[in-house]
Design a protein around this ligand. Structure first.
Ligand SMILES: Cc1cc2nc3c(=O)[nH]c(=O)nc-3n(C[C@H](O)[C@H](O)[C@H](O)COP(=O)(O)OP(=O)(O)OC[C@H]3O[C@@H](n4cnc5c(N)ncnc54)[C@H](O)[C@@H]3O)c2cc1C
Length: 466
């Protein structure tokens, strides 16, 4: 989302440069240029203003020409895939938003391999491979991504990452030159590749510190033992995973899910824990019909009765459903942590190499984050006000209620009150790992010390609540 926001902030509009840019683009065969085209319909969240110029790129030659032209004339460029991981500002995006079409939307069978253009949706590709008797992409059959968007961030779900199934990638660099990458050249890591931040077709950055679900990360590290990322600060001491259903549709206890339709977004952290919830609560998963719904449509579908229940972070969907007018006394929220799960939730993660080379930067970041967290706890309204200032679609009252719920249920837990922010209880983490092992076949089950690195945390005294 950073790239689109950055493009939106830019003041170097094409119009200020000259009408000549539009004319030059329009003159390139293979490009379709639409000034002022709305971007909202092209994104999953369906929000955001227009592109100054929306350019559909239909051929390799026109892509090369476009890249050279925007570079020479200093025109901001943002490449759009299926729009599932971008958020455009309401004021619109300056410069060019380019999307791939034409030859990039085709697949071609080459013996036992399939060549797919950057615009091909992954679910379509997964269906094509299956139809040709090829394997490897099954995990992506409901995945909301284009091939290009998935390759560039090494997308992954259910233990499969794009880098695992790739033979090679062809990319056009920012000078308009074609370059072939084999998987090792991509230096793929957790949701990143060297293609990010190259300034060619990708305008986003590479991050050294981020936030991720600690359980999905544990699985991913097991699949990728050389994985260069590790969790260093637990943010959600109690994971917010939940099953949310409507009482009026016959739900009283979790077992009532049998025979019903559960909307579970593919690859989401809550969906990944559904098998454990079912296992611990005597639910036969074979009797529950899983519908792979997109996150943006999950709550509306439950509100409209198109599905019976959903997997979700409690503070996300409970607040959104309430905001949609669903009567709260008709909502049943089964927080998985109340039903046997003992796992931790989202954590701050760091890149190993960066952390080894810059331990003080990581420790400093965690100290600063802790200070921000304390300020948030002390004054949630001020914290929300600062978010709302930066996010035009967020509404103060809704976000304040959500933040208070997250603080109450997931952050200010009895364990945090006793031991302070950020750390783990080794015995509980061991149980959490054992629980993951019930639903995930580890190649090498991690120890608590391998699953969490406490060495960058501020001293225990400084992490105490008061
Ligand atoms: C419901 C839902 C579930 C999700 N689950 C997962 C998950 O389990 N695992 C996961 O990894 N992600 C997940 N995501 C995030 C998202 O699906 C991925 O980031 C996806 O790979 C983005 O692809 P896209 O085509 O939609 O790209 P966009 O969102 O359009 O763009 C994302 C970034 O990729 C760049 N880009 C797009 N196409 C190209 C290209 N051809 N060449 C170079 N750069 C390009 C864009 O410039 C942008 O920086 C989920 C998203 C949603 C909405």
């Amino acid at each position: 989302m950073r790239a689109a926001e950055a493009a939106g902030r830019s003041r170097s509009m094409v119009a200020k440069g000259s009408e000549a840019v539009k004319k030059a683009l329009a003159a390139i065969p293979g490009l379709e240029v639409e000034p002022g085209a709305p971007l909202a319909p092209l994104t999953t969240l369906r929000i955001g203003g227009p592109a100054e110029l929306l350019v559909t790129v239909n051929t390799q030659r026109s892509l090369m020409a476009l890249l050279r032209l925007v570079r020479e004339r200093g025109v901001p460029l943002h490449l759009l895939g299926m729009g599932s991981n971008v958020l455009y500002p309401d004021r619109g995006v300056a410069g060019v938003v380019a999307r791939l079409g034409g030859v990039f939307a085709r697949t071609r069978l080459l013996g036992d391999r399939l060549r797919a253009g950057g615009a091909v949706p992954l679910p379509k590709l997964a269906r094509s491979t299956a139809a040709h008797g090829l394997t490897g992409l099954e995990a992506f059959s409901g995945f909301p991504s284009s091939v290009g968007g998935a390759v560039v961030m090494n997308a992954g779900c259910y233990g499969t990452e794009i880098k695992d199934v790739l033979v090679s990638v062809t990319a056009i660099d920012r000078d308009g030159r074609r370059r072939r990458y084999r998987p090792p050249d991509l230096e793929a890591g957790y949701r990143r590749t060297v293609l990010q931040g190259t300034g060619a077709v990708v305008a986003s950055g590479t991050f050294q510190i981020g936030v991720a679900d600690s359980n999905l990360l544990m699985r991913w590290r097991d699949q990728n033992p050389a994985a260069p990322v590790k969790p260093v600060f637990i943010v959600y001491n109690r994971a917010p995973y939940a099953i949310i259903a409507r009482k009026s549709r016959g739900f009283a206890v979790p077992k009532d899910l049998e025979g019903k339709r559960l909307g579970a977004p593919t690859g989401s952290a809550s969906s990944a824990q559904w098998p454990l919830f079912a296992h611990l609560n005597g639910i036969d998963p074979a009797k529950v019909k899983i519908e792979s719904v997109g996150i943006p449509v999950r709550d509306p579908m439950l509100a409209a009765g198109q599905i019976d229940a959903i997997t979700a972070f409690a503070f996300r969907s409970y607040i959104d459903l309430k905001d949609r007018g669903v009567p709260v006394n008709d909502l049943v929220v089964w927080r998985m942590m109340d039903y046997g799960l003992q796992v931790y939730g989202n954590a701050i993660i760091v890149n190993d190499k960066f952390a080894t080379e810059n331990p003080q930067a990581v420790a400093g970041f965690l100290a600063a984050f802790l200070r921000g967290l304390r300020d948030t706890v002390a004054d949630p309204a001020a914290a929300v006000a600062s978010v709302v200032r930066r996010n035009e679609v967020a509404r103060r009252e809704v976000e304040l209620e959500r933040l208070r719920m997250a603080l109450r249920e997931n952050i200010l837990t009895p364990e945090v009150r006793a031991n302070g922010f950020g750390g783990v209880d080794a015995a509980r983490l061991q149980t959490a790992i054992d629980q993951q092992a019930l639903i995930f076949k580890f190649k090498a089950k991690p120890t608590p010390a391998q699953a969490f690195d406490a060495s960058f945390l501020p001293p225990a005294e400084e992490r105490k609540l008061n």
